[in-house]
Design a protein around this ligand. Structure first.
Ligand SMILES: *[C@@H]1O[C@H](CO)[C@@H](O)[C@H](O)[C@H]1NC(C)=O
Length: 971
């Protein structure tokens, strides 16, 4: 994945190898700031949201203050004492069109603004949200340091009350896999803010859309449950109880023969204090950087020096920025998450810097995960410009169960700055306080279940091409989403809730722009309880006034049709995809409630020898252990290593598998070499199997050229949605140290390196939830071999499933026939589908698709028969192929093409004109295809459908083309 081109990209790539060129100088990103003594009086309430709400309800005019319309100099009454106080008279809050300020009390002024019974989906509701922010502009070519657009990212000046309690703790209870039983009816007790009705509240009841899936006949009852055999303790986490020194330790096989490299590091073994004192930066940094033998992890890719860095509970005070490295998972104790806290005298722009300059540009800052941690800047003066997390990272990276705490009230703190970078999933994050919650300029991001509380501007769209904000909650925020800078191509705000907050979307109206039309958006399934307008343009004109519920509202281009400058309509959703009226989601399990004998380390099972050394065939032993663990209700822990399998690794229902820092399962051998009889390297269940399979933090790979390897095959279905799931999981074909593909694939003719049959197959019987998945056919080598590689993988992700499929934040890159294929698929939800076409297709290509592969009807392969025989540009990979099926809902497609013909590995010869003729294809008249926010690049026809065949030229926006609503086949 690399969406960079041109020389700058080359520089980035070279820096991966040599470590000698950094795209961003230290001085560019890290300015020291003198920080004065910060206020440390912030009161933290651990109460949950209803409590918070009622407190906020009693607070004086919070929302107005947040909006900057109150009396900024007033100090609001502290929450603890506010309940008895009458609200102060409100001042004007709404920018435009609302009655004069004094007459319009905001909801915050009323004593009980809102009561919301659990409306969010249960599985994730206990998890803390995380948010990234990005200060820098998101511009296109990832290699370019100069943004092509000029998104402004000045920190909004927002004043706010100081009294909002900071955060509820990051969840201490792991999400369960059971279906939510959330009510489908929301009862709001709402006091209208109209000027005359001052007295009584009205109760409004309205029913959300479709019922929980648990009532659906398509899901059979669970066959078995696996309760913990262990007494949970807040101070202990099973991961730290594993054998990390002896036989059970992770092994990084590609460093040296005599390997003392510590994959696992508990920071407490590095002279770190976790009692909130001192400056722990240097020693935690040592824990992250440790190689066990001197030298550096930096600039060595993702496979040689992987690290799992554990933070036990406690408070870790930092005096300066902590810097992360690619190939790292930072994990806190989920039972009592650690707090990484800036000291009052903190020096630096970022508390934690995720972007790893040693691996190139942000667009190649791959594979970095942070989970179960709290980032806290509350001790730093609110007017010092500090950012809790710089998260300019790329594919394979993720945040999950992260919380950010910042001072409330006027100030300049930013929670997460997602400064450039490429596809990532930011999931289950909570952000409290601060001027800006998340500022984003990453190319494309799926934000899922982000809870913003008392933030000035929750989400600032500084740049990027497409953003999905799914399941966001804006609680007592000044502004929810700010798109007025016109830096972002398009956005979907999905299944979100605005409570006691200001305008939901401030945006630039591009409906009459010449050339590119950016800042397009769709709002779908929004609850909004205040009297502030929902959508306001940058001239201050209200375009969508207040309403308790919006089904769907579009500001953007539509096919068939034209640019809709504000139009409401209804989206038909399949009930099979919903829980509590929202698309089902599920947080990454932590298994925090398990311990002791509940966990089995595959390397310490008596009677079985498992090596993970990249040489031994571990197939039999692993298969036996997985089977036994499923029968015994054990969780399977796989320390880092490269586990070679010469035949299918069968993952039975009942499996719960956790990898250490993306432990690798690598297929090799004759079993996977016949493209006429493709065989799964890793197979989840058999057709018809029903039960639980959960997999996280693993990488599945082709260890050599394997034209018959289907790397992942999922057959199992959950008894409940999400019972079968993958989180933070990666498939790679080439590009890494453990595969011979890295050195052997240099022929210009892709038939010489038909390296895998397919990345992932979701078969007809399957039902799975997949979050933060990256399926990558390498376009370059990550782990310091020669950069140059030419690989052809037949197919990307094939979805034939019918019972319910959820894809949250996925990327599928450089696969030959297609990156995504929905073949007679039914009941599919996908949020963010990011693709890149293979660089060596198109004009001057050696092989015209489907060649060198065969198109198989039984796999629903597109055969390119619609192209004339010698049409290079037509015979190029489809980003997404949709063939028949029903109830398919796709959000935020980001489909990019950059290069064509011979590949020189230099990223310096972009296509002349368009790279390919067609990017997407729809055939077979799918029933109710909902497809929002489609962005493409370097293609002629955006969607080949035989009906409208919309082109980039007629839908200019984003990187090249945007269709905000493709409704040709919607119900
Ligand atoms: C919205 O963004 C614009 C442009 O970046 C900025 O000038 C303005 O202050 C922001 N407003 C809010 C409320 O965040």
């Amino acid at each position: 994945m690399r969406s960079s081109l041109s020389v700058a990209t080359l520089v980035a790539v070279v820096s991966t190898v040599s470590g000698s060129v950094s795209p961003l100088r230290e001085s560019d990103i890290e300015h020291l700031h003198e920080v004065n003594q910060g206020p440390s009086e912030s009161v933290f309430f651990l109460g949950l949201f209803p409590t918070l709400l009622s407190q906020v309800g009693g607070a004086p005019n919070l929302i107005d203050t947040l909006l900057g319309a109150g009396k900024p100099t007033d100090t609001p009454t502290p929450l603890e004492t506010s309940s008895a106080e009458p609200p102060s008279p409100p001042e004007t809050v709404s920018p435009v069109e609302t009655p004069t300020p004094a007459q319009t009390p905001s909801p915050a002024d009323t004593s009980t603004p809102v009561e919301i019974p659990a409306a969010s989906d249960a599985p994730d509701s206990s998890q803390g949200p995380t948010s990234p922010q990005a200060p820098v502009s998101p511009q296109k070519p990832s290699s370019s340091r100069t943004p092509s657009r000029s998104p402004s990212h000045s920190t909004p000046a927002v004043s706010s009350s100081k009294q909002i309690p900071a955060a509820a703790p990051v969840s201490s209870t792991p999400a369960t896999s059971s279906a939510a039983t959330a009510p489908t009816t929301l009862t709001y007790t709402l006091t209208p803010a109209s000027s005359q009705s001052s007295s009584s509240s009205q109760v409004q009841t309205f029913t959300t859309r479709p019922k929980p899936v648990s009532n659906s006949p398509t899901f059979a009852p669970a066959s078995k449950t696996c309760a913990p055999n262990w007494q949970p303790s807040r101070g202990v986490f099973w991961l730290d109880q594993q054998d990390h020194k002896g036989q059970g330790a992770g092994l990084a096989p590609y460093i040296s023969e005599d390997n003392s490299y510590p994959v696992y590091r508990n920071v407490m073994h590095y002279d770190v204090a976790n009692d909130g004192t001192g400056d722990q930066t240097a020693n935690i940094q040592k824990a992250i950087d440790d190689t066990g033998a001197g030298g550096s992890r930096k600039g060595n890719g993702v496979t040689r020096f992987p690290a799992e860095v554990y933070l036990p509970s406690g408070v870790y005070q930092l005096g300066s920025t902590l810097k992360l490295t690619v190939g790292t998972i930072i994990v806190g104790n989920p039972n009592n998450p650690p707090v990484i806290k800036a000291s009052p005298s903190f020096r630096g722009q970022f508390l934690v810097l995720g972007y790893d300059k040693n691996n190139g540009n942000p667009e190649t800052s791959f594979m970095m995960v942070m989970k179960n941690v709290i980032l806290d800047t509350t001790s730093v003066d609110a007017h010092v410009a500090i950012t809790a997390l710089q998260w300019g990272v790329a594919q394979g990276s993720g945040l999950t169960n992260v919380e950010v705490r910042m001072p409330t009230g006027p100030g300049t703190h930013t929670g997460i700055d997602i400064h450039a970078g490429s596809t990532i999933a930011v999931t289950d994050v909570r952000i409290f306080g601060g001027a800006t919650g998340i500022i984003n300029s990453n190319q494309q991001v799926n934000f899922k279940n982000i809870h913003f509380s008392a933030v000035g501007t929750a989400f600032s769209a500084a740049g990027g091409w497409t953003v999905l904000l799914q399941g966001a909650t804006f609680e007592s925020c000044g502004t929810a989403v700010n798109m007025t800078g016109n830096g972002l191509g398009s956005l979907v705000l999905l299944d979100s809730t605005s409570i006691n907050s200001g305008t939901v979307i401030l945006f630039h109206d591009s409906s009459r722009d010449d050339g590119n039309q950016n800042s397009q958006f769709i709002i779908e399934n929004l609850f909004h309880d205040s009297q502030h307008p929902i959508a306001v343009d940058s001239n201050g004109a209200t375009r969508l006034g207040p309403a308790l519920h919006i089904d769907t509202y579009i500001w953007g281009s539509r096919v068939p049709g034209q640019y809709e400058a504000g139009k409401s309509f209804v989206t038909q959703r399949s009930e099979n995809l919903l829980v509590g009226g929202k698309y089902f989601t599920k947080a990454q399990p932590t298994y925090g409630e398990y311990g002791g004998d509940d966990i089995v380390n595959v390397k310490t099972v008596s009677g079985h020898v498992v090596k993970g050394d990249g040489r031994t065939d571990d197939t039999e032993a692993l298969n036996a252990i997985l089977l036994k663990n499923a029968e015994d209700c054990k969780i399977t822990y796989i320390p880092f290593g490269v586990y070679r399998v010469s035949d299918t690794l069968f993952v039975p229902v009942g499996t719960r598998m956790v990898g250490e820092a993306w432990a690798v399962i690598s297929g090799y051998g004759d079993a996977f070499k016949n493209p006429r009889q493709p065989r799964a390297v890793v197979q989840l269940g058999r057709p018809g199997d029903v039960g639980v399979i959960e997999i996280q933090d693993m990488r599945f790979a082709a260890g050599e050229i394997l034209p018959g390897a289907k790397i992942l095959e999922i057959n199992a279905a959950g008894a409940q949605p999400g019972d079968v799931g993958l989180w933070n999981t990666i498939v790679t074909v080439g590009g890494t140290a453990e595969t011979t593909i890295s050195n052997s694939c240099t022929s210009q003719d892709p038939k010489d390196c038909m390296a895998a049959f397919m990345v992932m197959h979701l078969t007809k019987s399957s039902s799975a939830y997949i979050e933060n998945f990256w399926g990558w056919t390498a376009d370059h080598n990550l782990d310091s071999e020669s950069l140059f590689t030419i690989i052809s993988t037949g197919r990307g992700i094939l979805v034939e499933a019918t019972q319910g499929t959820w894809l949250t934040g996925t990327g599928s890159e450089h696969h030959w026939l297609y990156n995504y294929n929905f073949h007679k698929a039914e009941n599919v939800y996908a949020g963010l589908l990011q693709t890149e076409s293979p660089y060596m297709q198109g004009s001057g290509e050696y092989e015209k698709a489907p060649a060198p592969w065969f198109a198989y009807a039984q796999y629903g392969d597109p055969d390119f028969s619609w192209c004339s025989t010698d049409d290079d540009k037509c015979r190029s990979a489809l980003a997404t192929n949709i063939d028949g099926g029903s109830n398919i809902a796709l959000y935020n497609s980001a489909a990019w093409a950059f290069f064509d013909g011979s590949w020189n590995g230099l990223y310096n010869q972009p296509c002349e004109g368009k790279c390919q003729s067609n990017m997407m294809r729809v055939v077979g008249s799918p029933q109710n295809l909902v497809w929002y926010s489609i962005s493409t690049r370097m293609t002629d026809v955006m969607i080949l459908d035989g009906k409208t065949n919309p082109t980039e030229t007629s839908h200019p926006g984003g990187w090249e083309g945007i269709i905000q609503d493709y409704s040709q086949f919607s119900a």
